[in-house]
Ligand binder design. Structure first.
Ligand SMILES: Cc1ncc(COP(=O)(O)O)c(C=O)c1O
Length: 440
């Protein structure tokens, strides 16, 4: 407690935390493929804080005078329609404005649609706007969709060449998925940790996506999500420490902190003044688990999810799983048989989709009442779908199975599914009775 209580603003105040921060920045830089001699990092207020910090860097890098004279009014940010609301808050708070945050359509696998991104960027340029920033979600909150960051980088560079625009800032919102870059160097051929074939296959596909995360100008590691550390332990990682000069405070603005003969790690670029020593928790966990240990933990999340999916589909007929295999499983129930294919192909009306949403929402209340037994999450925007009778895309509600405890193993899965099945049977019977009462 004494160690963590050190103020991380300056190594003179919190030397252990400052040392840990430098160590973890270096370790994680190497892991993702940043040059640890050039990169920088600091712990901050969550994955959301990292988005805000990255946007602040992007603005100050593009317009170095903006710290004095305010933010230019023609800047635009781009993100997937399924991205976390962190960017929404950040464009509000930086003064860029929500109207200048452009939402890009998502593909069926919940990744950003790159054609739509390019089209929307070109539209902004044609109107005289400046595309400033792209949020590449690497593991979406509800579905674990992973944006193609390599594709985003290629499009950005293409537009930079074609229109002579300033390089776009790309932040990898890896708050949810970043830990899967721990497999970037895993040899799936020899498979030293002997993962089962189906687990191996998923992890291998992640390697193909996460190996490109180094293309981002910044990213985040939210250890409090998949990394077994307490809240808040987020490391904001920056590819090039030079960017920090745009946001660092002048020495005269920080009269009581600064370089001394007995300490020179002065973090005047963070948005916080006092900072807790949360790098210590990250450092301790990295040393305790090691890369192998984390690989075991992360693989188990996938293993349990695969088992959950298989059991759910086997045991319940009127359910559909609505995302790819990942540490999260989203699923949707239907009052009778499933209509997912029709829903996905735009064949249902707004009213029909809304009715199914309502059914799932009511069922979420039912199982939520017994969340002390098994706690399932739910979302009101799993994805957006076309409807047969509207131009507006409709949000799809879904339930979420998200298990990131090392104590949730495949042995527990039958119990989770049984819980759902029992409650669903009761819920359907109750609905039937109410229907009978209404019609009599
Ligand atoms: C993709 C993504 N980004 C950002 C955040 C915000 O992270 P935090 O709660 O650590 O601020 C979340 C939280 O769930 C997230 O899933």
């Amino acid at each position: 407690m004494v160690l963590v209580n050190g103020n991380n603003i300056w190594d003179v105040e919190g030397p252990a935390a400052a040392t840990a921060e430098i160590e973890v920045t270096s370790m994680l830089s190497k892991l993702v493929g940043y040059d640890e001699n050039i990169s920088a990092g600091y712990t901050t207020w969550g994955g959301q804080g990292a988005v805000f910090n990255s946007l602040r860097l992007a603005i100050a890098r593009y317009a170095p005078t903006s710290n004095q004279s305010g933010v230019p009014q023609n800047l635009y940010c781009f993100c997937s329609e399924l991205s976390h609301y962190s960017l929404y808050k950040s464009v509000e708070a930086t003064g860029i404005g929500v109207e200048n945050m452009i939402r890009v359509k998502a593909n069926a696998d919940h990744s950003m649609n790159l054609e739509d991104l390019k089209e929307k960027m070109e539209h902004v340029i044609a109107q005289g706007g400046v595309p400033l920033y792209v949020l590449a979600t690497m593991g979406a909150t509800d579905t674990f969709g992973i944006d193609d960051i390599e594709g985003i980088k290629l499009i950005s560079e293409e537009l930079e060449r074609a229109y002579g625009i300033y390089p776009l800032f790309i932040h990898a919102d890896s708050a949810m998925g970043g830990m899967y870059s721990f497999f970037n160097s895993y040899d799936f051929g020899s498979n030293p940790l002997r993962f089962e074939d189906n687990v191996n296959e998923v992890l291998k596909s992640y390697q193909q996506k996460f190996k490109h995360i180094k293309l981002a100008d910044s990213m985040v590691f939210d250890f409090h999500k998949l990394g077994q550390t307490p809240y808040i332990t987020s490391l904001f990682l920056i590819k090039n420490r030079e960017y920090l000069k745009y946001v660092d405070l002048d020495a005269e603005e920080t009269p009581y902190v600064g370089n001394r003969g007995y300490g020179s790690y002065h973090t005047g670029y963070t948005l916080e003044c006092s900072r807790m020593g949360s790098a210590l928790a990250i450092y301790a966990s990295l040393l305790a688990f090691g890369v192998d240990g984390y690989q075991e933990l992360l693989a188990n999340y996938i293993r349990v999810n695969i088992a959950f999916r298989e059991t759910l589909i086997k045991e319940v007929s009127n359910v559909v799983i609505t995302n790819e295999v990942s540490p999260i499983t989203t699923f949707r129930f239907y009052p009778e048989k499933t209509k997912w294919n029709d829903e996905r192909n735009g064949l249902l009306t707004v009213e029909e989709i809304t009715e199914i949403n309502q059914f799932n929402d009511e069922f979420a209340e039912v199982i939520g009442a017994e969340r002390d037994i098994v706690f399932f999450g739910n979302t009101k925007k799993q994805c957006l779908l076309e409807a047969a009778n509207s131009n507006k895309r409709i949000s799809v509600y879904a339930h979420k199975f998200f298990t990131i405890s090392p104590y949730s193993t495949i042995d527990e899965v039958d119990h989770y599914v049984e819980f759902l099945k029992e409650h669903l049977d009761c819920f359907l019977k109750l609905n039937e009775l109410q229907e009978l009462e209404r019609s009599s």
